[in-house]
Design a protein around this ligand. Sequence first.
Ligand SMILES: [Zn+2]
Length: 350
Amino acid sequence: MSFNNILGHESAIKKLKALVSGGRVPPALLFSGPEGTGKFLAAKEFAKALNCTHTPRQEPKPEDDLFAPSSGSPLHPSSLIPHPSEDACGRCVSCSQIDKGVHPDVRIIDSEFQGLLLEEDARKQKTLRIDTVREFTRHVYQKAILSEWKIFIINDAHTLNANAQNAMLKVLEEPPPGTVFLLIAAKKNLLLPTIISRSYAVEFTRLSAAAVEELLERDGMTLDEASVLSELSGGSVKKAVDIKKVRDRLAGIAASGPAKIFKLVSSLPREPYLAREEAKLMLEMLLVSARKRWLAQPPGGSARAYAALIGKLMEYRRFLNQNVSHGLVLEAALLESDKLSVSLDGLRNR
Ligand SMILES: [Zn+2]
């Protein structure tokens, strides 16, 4: 992997490459933009490019190379191509350690890191807490072990709670030289203005449906499936993958009418935080399905009925963000949709 494998985001990648080749890197960078668009991947590639040792590739010597020009320069031109210093080689020890997540100077702070600290399920970590910030800042003031740069990637930085953000701010005020913080945030508005103003902005936008489709295909999905999911994804690979999981699970539910709705609701995961996320995803799917139907109607009576359903579904979606039973909300949304024959199955046949 290198920057070349990241689809889209040309201006963000150009900025990052310029920082690497210039050798002057701001102590804090804020990668912001919608979820599932490649911010974390870009941060990882940036860390690799900064710490890459550019170990030269073992090119065949001209005399071993059957295709080398028989007369002419003693060096085959391909062995003279240097690795561009603005990108990672992807093969040196540093690059492969970062790929495997075991580089001692590149640390990832996320829900998994906090889950390990607290000995709890990572998925339960909805906010990053001050103790987590304190834990990793211990390492900020230690010397780098292998590389030039010590890099801390704080994934989902927007989930740092108020105390944690204040603690983070203190570290950002006077970071030791050679330290870089890469803050990744899908919801930049949840960060303190002082954190935003101290960070160099690297902005990401939604991916095109074509880019999502290509990424899903690269991940092994069939063209058909990738094409349907990319349309539903809203430009986010993560959302496409989440929708696939739900669809695969729903495909196993054999029933129809109210019985099916009951089965769908009772098939939600038992853990409330997971169930709520899935209910939200199913509501999104119903909304897409209802919008499709609405667009297919001639203006007038039935179009108005679909528009009213869309309004109701949007209201149910708001309920899911409040402290209301997700099972009841989902059931109501499914029943309401069923009246107009809008269902989750509607997304399968294009
Ligand atoms: Zn490398």
